[in-house]
Design a protein around this ligand. Structure first.
Ligand code: MN
Length: 334
């Protein structure tokens, strides 16, 4: 597939995260070095803490540059869909991608991939799409040609999708891959600082507000919930990505099994739900049953077309429904 193509378009999911941008830019870098014309297109804004990556400034944002993006898509003979398992994850960008006659390839680690690509590389057990991109390049003998910039991108995606290698990161191969990336001369400490020590003052204070004013803990359920409305978000000059990862924090409270976060969407009239759990608590099942979503066992989400008050009621119903699994205090003591 790579040998035959000349013009490649790489796309990834709406509200791209570290794994989405990292895998896209690494793949782009690898293919550019092989002499291909490559464009990375994202559906919408992606957070500033990822913009240090080489060529991040060349990423085309579809909601702002539709005409240019459509031209690139119409010229492409290969479209690579990274970190997505279905066209819906592309938002409006799905229309021109699905309509294109170019060969399509999916590389992803989400459950139940939809069959909209000619070639599907799907490993839900993988830590990240970045890990899969590395494995693919390795399988075709390309690690030698992998540049330091690409290694930085892959490291960033693996690091962010595993919470700095604190979940989904028990596969020993991950650390062999990391050592290969370090051999490319990347400075992982500096990358960590660029990603994590990158708060604006407003974002830092929003975090304080969540933890001191908003977080509700249900000790007997080993669960917690916090919510943010549009008004609260604008008070703290919220930018997309500002609460990224915050839903993991309540799990640092001793004995916690489940963290729930409800946020009023700043664009559409809906509530976004984010769930994180530990051990075998099925966050994805709860997300599917109560929040119209899904995801991984320990990291899932969804959205509800309702008011915040209604969403909070649904969250309480979800907690009640899962009470038997939550109250059992043995599961989390591992
Ligand atoms: Mn991912």
């Amino acid at each position: 597939m790579f040998d035959a193509c000349r013009q490649v378009v790489i796309v990834t999911h709406v509200s791209a995260d570290g794994d989405a941008i990292g895998s896209s830019l690494a793949m782009a870098e690898y293919l550019k070095k092989k002499g291909k014309m490559v464009r990375v297109i994202v559906p919408n804004y992606f957070p500033d803490f990822l913009r240090w990556m080489t060529d991040a400034d060349k990423i085309v944002q579809y909601d702002r540059h539709r005409a240019a993006a459509k031209t690139y898509i119409s010229c492409a003979d290969l479209i690579i869909c990274l970190d997505i398992n279905e066209p819906a994850r592309l938002d409006d960008l799905a229309t021109p991608i699905v309509a294109s006659n170019a060969k399509k390839m999916m590389i992803d680690h989400h459950l139940q991939p939809k069959r909209f690509c000619d070639l599907i590389i799907s490993y839900p057990d993988a830590s990240s799409t970045c890990e899969l991109v590395f494995r693919l390049i390795d399988a075709i003998g390309g690690v030698g040609q992998l540049t330091k910039a690409a290694a930085e991108d892959l490291y960033a995606g693996m690091c962010t999708d595993t919470g700095k290698f604190s979940y989904n990161a028990n596969d020993p191969d991950i650390y062999i891959i990391l050592s290969e990336l370090l051999r490319k001369g990347i400075d992982k400490d500096k990358i960590n600082r660029r990603i994590y020590n990158n708060y604006t003052e407003a974002r830092f204070r929003l975090l304080g507000y969540i933890l001191s004013e908003k977080l509700q803990v249900f000790p007997e359920l080993h669960a917690s919930l916090f919510t943010l409305t549009r008004d609260e978000l604008s008070r703290f000059k919220y930018l997309k990505g500002d609460t990224e990862g915050v839903v993991n924090m309540p799990l640092e409270i001793k004995g916690m099994k489940l963290s729930m976060y409800l946020r009023e969407d700043t664009e559409k009239p809906r509530i976004l739900a984010s769930l994180r759990s530990v051990d075998d608590f099925p966050a994805n099942r709860m997300a599917a049953e109560f929040f119209g979503g899904g995801g991984h066992l320990n990291a899932a989400g969804g959205n509800l077309p309702c008011t915040m008050q209604e969403a909070i009621e649904i969250a309480h119903k979800a907690l009640e429904a899962y009470r038997p699994l939550l109250v059992d205090s043995h599961a989390s003591q591992g």
